[in-house]
Design a protein around this ligand. Structure first.
Ligand code: SF4
Length: 721
């Protein structure tokens, strides 16, 4: 496998991705834009240290154009307290530059790409009515129309105040140029202020800023014109505009096209096409959305304007970007979350090395961003925490460790992990990340997995339609562990007899996960009753009716698997009543994995004693999974007790005392799990430094974000001990 850091590695397999392109005066080495992501660090009092480290790592990893998260053009523009503000906050109107700390942060970010091929653009942002109550300013909007996002009724801006808003964007652009940013991007999509002016639903004005299509468009066009005039010719200006609002009473397509043309006429160098307002009831980025589903909206705009058009939304693989670009659909592809998952995605793509693929789970990124949290990534918990978990040296420069040292536990010096020997027990998410990080830190790592395959519960998740990319995570770690010289021992369960193997090690990570919890419901030992692990592993003999006892994430996953086929873009359009402006040219198929004995089309009932079905699933994805189950006719029951399991199904008693028989050929118990930590006493007795992580430590809420994060932390702690 070619090393991605080897600049001579071939990348002929992705010729359209790696074709240079120009945006305004900016020459870009390839056609993947690292799209804007609010990391929740923009307002942090660290002088931009974390943000600069985050962007620098992506620049070194081959990113071309990087767009920062949104920076509020005024205090009123901030969505919440985690935003950085480009204008002084103590003001009647934003007339001054940012405070000193913000200025230092911006300088550090602007300088983060120095010495690389990357260019960094500052995104200029105004939340308008999407601002939350803890934002540093006032919630303002074109009209006093509250949103489902914030539920705060905004104050309608006065006519002169709208001009102030235009000036704030221009002032932010000048500041960006003066500080050395390579470009600016106006955040004009996803339902933020520009969109709020454009839409007749949120712009109820009848003055120079609203009343008809031309006046509703005026704010965005004036912003573009003012920026161009302020920064002069040659400084690249990108505009992120909405291709499809996905809102009731959306604007007609002709207005979208007209706005795009007007922006280019006003001096915008490239259009980055966003899709969907934050309060839209149509999913746009979740795993259940077919890859590339929203491409036709961007493709139609490419035909409408004479400027580069950038498309994004559910493009998470370079191969998909290559297909999109080679079909001539758009000029560039924007990827955001994939750069969280793998900062080296571009360099790895050049070398065709395995990439840590974004699995579109949203759990550590968008779910956190929406509540002003510190954004990271489920499959790459270093993301956003580069300063806390520094990489001491490029792993590729170290010699690989000899396999025959497995029987000996020798300590040696050097590096953080220092050639010392570590044992990781368990090859699920927590163990995989621990092994990877320990090896990257220079340790000699031996990973023991009782099964014949790595991946833990990700092996099951990848079977679920919409979660196929979980399989790519396993492939990435298999490849990465091999590259880092980790000794992987499959089908090898460690026990008391293995004391010699671990006694002298520098550290042990116990990541043996969980096993399904047994229940004491009468009838639970009947032959047609299985636990969820058995259901995923061995199937359900294609049962036509299945009752699932337990409505957490695993129960929902299983129900989805039993009722869905891989998502199809036509079905998706039909289900959400979407009409693309042009026929989709491209169909991106999800990877397929056959699940044996789990026929989709089964009649499924999901039950839970109390609480909400699917609680624990992330905020931005839970509604999508539950909506899909409802659409597929899955019955859900909650607020009940289980009377007994019979050969015909499950007898439940509802809170009002009603007894109901749920008919089912097969019954699956998915009612929680218990830790597997049998090795813990041995580790304590041997007094070997160790960490017990993931489900082995806390089985109550299986949480892959915590599992990966535990793995990373355990590795750094043991390596430093
Ligand atoms: Fe992608 Fe999930 Fe990571 Fe977000 S948390 S970047 S969706 S893998």
């Amino acid at each position: 496998m070619p090393d991605p850091r080897d600049s001579a590695a071939p990348h002929g397999a992705l010729p359209h991705v790696f074709a240079p392109i120009r945006i305004g005066g900016l020459e870009l080495p390839h056609r993947v834009v690292m799209g804007s992501m609010h990391l929740g660090l923009e307002g942090a009092p660290d002088a931009g240290e974390r943000l600069a480290a985050f962007y620098r790592e992506r620049a070194l990893g081959g990113a071309g154009l990087i767009v920062t998260g949104g920076w509020a053009v005024s205090a009123d523009a901030a969505a919440d307290g985690s935003y950085g503000v480009l204008a002084t906050a103590e003001r009647e109107r934003a007339v001054g530059g940012p405070d000193d700390a913000t200025l230092r942060a911006l300088e550090a970010i602007a300088g983060s790409t120095a010495g690389t091929e990357a260019a960094i653009a500052l995104q200029l942002f105004h939340a308008g009515r999407y601002a939350l109550t803890d934002s540093p300013g006032e919630v303002v909007a074109p009209s006093a129309v509250a949103s489902r996002v914030s539920r705060v009724e905004p104050r309608a801006l006065g006519e002169e105040e709208v001009w102030d808003g235009v000036a704030e964007f221009a002032r932010g652009a000048v500041l960006a140029k003066d500080l050395g940013f390579a470009a600016v991007e106006v955040m004009g999509s996803e339902g933020y202020l520009v969109d709020q002016f454009l839409s007749p639903v949120t712009n109820l004005r009848d003055d120079e800023w609203g009343g008809d299509a031309e006046r509703r468009m005026r704010f965005g066009i004036e912003v573009a014109s003012a920026i161009r005039e302020a920064v002069g010719a040659g400084f690249p200006v990108l505009f992120r505009m909405t291709g499809a609002e996905l809102m009731p009473e959306s604007r007609p397509w002709e207005e979208v096209e007209e706005f795009a043309r007007a922006l280019v006429a006003a001096g915008v160098d490239a259009l980055n096409i966003g899709v969907g307002w934050h309060e839209s009831a149509v999913p746009t980025v979740q795993g259940a959305v077919p890859a590339g589903a929203f491409l036709p909206w961007a493709a139609a705009l490419k035909d409408a304007v004479d400027a580069p058009v950038i498309a994004g939304n559910r493009v998470n693989k370079l191969e998909d970007a290559e297909a999109i670009l080679s079909a001539g659909e758009v000029d560039l592809v924007s990827m955001s979350r994939p750069f969280l998952a793998d900062p080296q995605i571009i360099e790895r793509g050049k070398g065709r090395a395995a990439i840590n693929v974004c699995i579109s789970c949203d759990q550590a990124c968008i779910d956190r961003s929406l509540v002003g949290g510190h954004v990271s990534c489920l499959v790459n918990p270093r993301s956003g925490y580069e300063v806390d978990f520094p990489i001491p040296e490029p792993a590729s420069e170290r010699s690989q460790k000899s396999a025959d040292s497995a029987a000996k536990c020798e300590r040696s010096s050097g590096g953080v992990g220092g050639g010392r020997r570590f044992v990781v027990v368990g090859g699920g998410p927590a163990g995989l990340e621990a092994a990877r990080a320990l090896a990257a830190l220079g340790g000699e790592v031996h990973l023991y997995e009782a099964r014949e395959e790595l991946g833990g519960q990700f092996r099951w998740a990848r079977l679920v339609p919409g979660k196929e990319d979980y399989g790519a995570t396993i492939s990435y770690f298999e490849s990465e562990l091999q590259r880092l010289g980790v000794h992987v021992h499959l089908d090898r369960e460690l026990g008391e007899d293995d004391a010699d193997l671990i006694a002298d090690c520098a550290g042990v990570v116990l990541a043996t996960g969980v096993h399904p919890r047994t229940v004491d419901i009468p009838g639970s030992s009947l032959p047609h009753v299985v636990d969820y692990a058995t259901a995923f592993e061995s199937g359900l003999d294609d049962a036509k009716s299945v009752a699932i006892v337990g409505g957490g994430g695993i129960g929902v996953d299983l129900a989805h698997l039993l009722t869905h086929t891989p998502s199809d873009v036509r079905d998706f359009y039909g289900r959400f009543h979407l009409q693309p402006p042009v026929e989709p040219k491209l169909r991106i198929e999800p990877p397929s994995l056959h699940s044996k004995g789990l026929s989709n089309g089964a009649r499924v009932t999901v039950m839970r004693r109390s609480g909400r079905i699917g609680s624990g699933i992330g905020r931005t994805t839970r509604w999508v999974w539950l909506d899909a189950l409802k659409h597929a006719g899955v019955e859900t029951r909650t607020g009940l007790s289980y009377r007994r399991i019979t050969p015909e199904g499950v007898e439940i008693e509802l809170e009002d005392g009603t007894v109901e028989a749920i008919a089912a050929e097969r019954v699956v118990i998915a009612a929680g799990q218990e830790r597997r930590d049998e090795l813990r006493p041995l580790l304590e007795r041997l007094e070997v430094p160790h960490r017990v992580i993931g489900g082995a430590e806390n089985p109550t809420e299986l949480n892959a974000v915590r599992a990966f994060g535990d793995g990373l932390r355990a590795a750094y702690e043991l390596a430093a001990a």
